[in-house]
Design a protein. Sequence first.
Length: 240
Amino acid sequence: MKRYSVIFSIFAIISAVYAALSLLLADEKNNVFWIGFGMILFSIVLVALITCVSTKKRNSAFPLDISIITFSSTYILAVLCINVLLGNIYGSGIKPFVSVHIICFAFYAITVLVLFVAKGGIIKQNNAVNGKICEMQVLIYNFEKIKSKLIDMNDDSRKSAMQLIDSVLEDLRFSDFGLTVDVSDIDNKLRNMADILSTEVDNLISIGSTDLSSMESSVSDIKKTIKDRNMQIRLMSGNV
């Protein structure tokens, strides 16, 4: 709320200064003058609102927010230039004067609309990427929890067990990334396999066994499932 107050205060000062100077310095206050006067005030209010909307909350499309605010600021300068050139220097009539203002506003509105659409697309894509990354991190965490259990395993088999889990984690970290491919079924299957592997590790620890054959079999199945996941992403993405 404080940020909005500062923004509106700045634009209010700009409006007040322009209004005071225009009314004091203008020799002839005809219809063209009042239309130009109103267009400047309209552009200032519009840019203030656009600035507030663009800075409403932090997002992943910050560079586009800066572009929108910067371009909006140039619109005020464009309106001012039209007023000076057509209204003061060339003494244009009302129709050409208004027509140029309409064209300028249409160009500004279309450009800002395109920028907002692009901003929405970037935010949507970044949110999807972050969601996919989060899902993979959760999957990796399931196997990291298993690795943390190995500290209680028999010294003779701990190193081999660590290598098995590390091989799974490496395959996951370097697995294919499919932003538009739904692999939730395989991810759920991997989570279930992680739970089964975790139970097997608990059993090996509880009985003090050094036989890792069951664990090796589970890891082999998990690595095969990861390969299937990669293949599905490649096929669905058209990268094969």
